[in-house]
Design a protein around this ligand. Structure first.
Ligand code: GDP
Ligand code: IMO
Ligand code: MG
Length: 427
């Protein structure tokens, strides 16, 4: 059986948690392959709502083995808090596997994330302040601390000494903040090590063996294509590779293992934090989408910026990720509009663009060119088959499908587990 990758096709918060939960009882492993607790994935099961930050949403499915793979960055305090919260709600957590190669978010990473943002002022990225960027920066600089380093006190101390040599200079001399005390961090992380130990495994080996044995592995992306460090709206991006290529490196699986890439995409667009967003609405329609769609951040509680569907972005996501199927979420939110604007291209500096322009400057100046599709008034949240949707809603989906370049295989009509029309099996 195959590996399936799930990716956000826009700027995150497309409904990845719900999509993972939908297939939870049909897969054997659910793997987080990048990002950290900057993510916020919501799963609604009956009257219970769960917000997951670091754990894969598959942890809520009793037969799934949830995996935090090598590409993820781990804040141990957050991990244990999240595990504790789930256990208190009756969710079993002992199946969790954590890669020995995943990198640790350290207190100085969180501190640096915050001071850098403050320093940038108006030019800030609008990060989640969780230390994600500085942790990945250390990973690439080869000064990071991995899960396995915490099991050898001598190595942990050595690596901490090396890291703090620079970090404390920067915190105290550049940013005028308090430095980080080596012994304090050392003791704190030695305690975490004991709590982590039972979960730690060679997750790449485990996943490859599982695939050999015919099991299904589901790779749950966080963030989204336009937040990708290489393919997103740099520098207004996260510091990892949420796109499908990142899934292989982040999980230790070869690309030939993956035979489906599911793109999660909203029927409109949202973004949290700074950076270009051509279809953003600054008027009452932006407020309308925010209120109707409940567009408030799961992690930071910030208002999400809202705008209409952007077809060049959908096409871009199809291209960059090799998307084979889309899961179109939040179609229900658009009920009540007479006409629905859909962005089909841009104008920038007197030039018409049918695709995302090559340079960030052009994208910053991109003004959307809209086509107007017919809306519908009916509440569609009770629909359970495509044919039960109003004809104009069906046409909206079909038009988006054509523009995006891959089939809309599932459609979300509400946050609940059962509020999904699955036109083609996602697994
Ligand atoms: P993620 O980060 O991609 O997992 O998405 P978030 O959980 O941050 O944000 C998606 C929000 O939309 C959550 O509150 C979900 O419960 C909700 N949601 C997901 N799919 C649908 C849908 O089809 N309709 C509606 N109304 N809400 C949805
Ligand atoms: P999920 O998985 C939406 C955004 C931040 C900021 C930028 C960099 O729930 O879709 P970071 O803290 O990662 O260095 O911040 O990325 N961002 C997200 N936006 N959904 C997310 O995750 C996000 N994770 C990070 O708002 O603009
Ligand atoms: Mg989210």
């Amino acid at each position: 059986m195959p590996a399936i990758t799930l990716v956000g096709a826009q700027w995150g918060d497309e409904g990845k948690g719900k999509a993972t939960d939908l297939v939870g009882n049909r897969v054997d492993y659910v793997v987080r392959y990048q990002g950290g607790n900057n993510a916020g994935h919501t799963v609604v099961i009956g009257d219970q709502k769960y917000a997951l930050h670091l754990l894969p949403a598959g942890i809520l499915s009793p037969d799934v083995v949830p995996v935090i793979a090598n590409g993820v960055v781990i804040d141990p305090a957050v991990l244990f808090e999240e595990l504790r919260g789930l256990r208190e709600r009756g969710v079993s957590t002992e199946r969790l596997l954590i890669s020995a190669n995943a990198h640790m978010i350290m207190p100085y990473h969180r501190a640096l994330d915050k001071v850098t943002e403050r320093f940038l002022g108006k030019g800030r990225i609008g990060t989640t302040g969780r230390g994600i960027g500085p942790t990945y920066a250390d990973k690439i600089s080869r000064t990071g601390i991995r899960v396995q380093d915490m099991f050898d006190p001598k190595i942990l101390r050595q690596k901490l000494e090396l890291a703090l040599h620079d970090k404390n200079q920067v915190l105290t001399k550049v940013f005028n903040r308090r430095g980080v005390e080596l012994e304090q961090v050392f003791d704190e992380y030695m305690e975490y090590a004991e709590e982590l130990r039972p979960f730690v495994a060679d997750t790449s080996l485990e996943l490859n063996r599982a695939l050999d044995a015919g099991k299904t592995v589901y790779l749950e992306g966080s963030q989204g294509t336009l937040l990708d460090i290489d393919h997103g709206t740099y520098p207004f991006v996260t510091s990892s590779s949420p796109t499908s290529g990142g899934a292989c490196a982040g999980a230790g699986i070869g690309p030939t293992r993956i035979d489906k890439v599911v793109g999660i995409i909203k029927a409109y667009t949202t973004r949290v934090g700074s950076g270009p967003f051509p279809t953003e609405l600054h008027d009452e329609w932006g407020d309308w989408l925010r209120q109707k769609g409940g567009e408030y951040g799961v992690t930071t509680g910030r208002n999400r910026r809202c705008g209409w569907f952007d077809a060049p972005i959908a096409r871009y996501a199809t291209r960059i990720n090799g998307i084979t199927d889309f899961f179109l979420t939040k179609l229900d939110v658009l009920s009540g509009l007479e006409r629905i604007p859909v962005c089909v291209g841009y104008q920038a500096n007197g030039t018409r663009y049918d695709e995302i322009p090559m340079t960030q400057t052009e994208f910053h100046h991109a003004v959307p060119v809209y086509e107007y599709l017919d809306g519908w008034n009916e509440d569609i949240s009770h629909a359970r088959a495509f044919e039960e949707l109003p004809k104009t809603a069906q046409a909206y989906v079909r038009t988006l499908e054509e523009m995006a370049g891959a089939p809309m295989s599932a459609i979300g009509v509400g946050p609940g587990r059962d509020q999904t029309l699955e036109l083609r099996s996602l697994v």
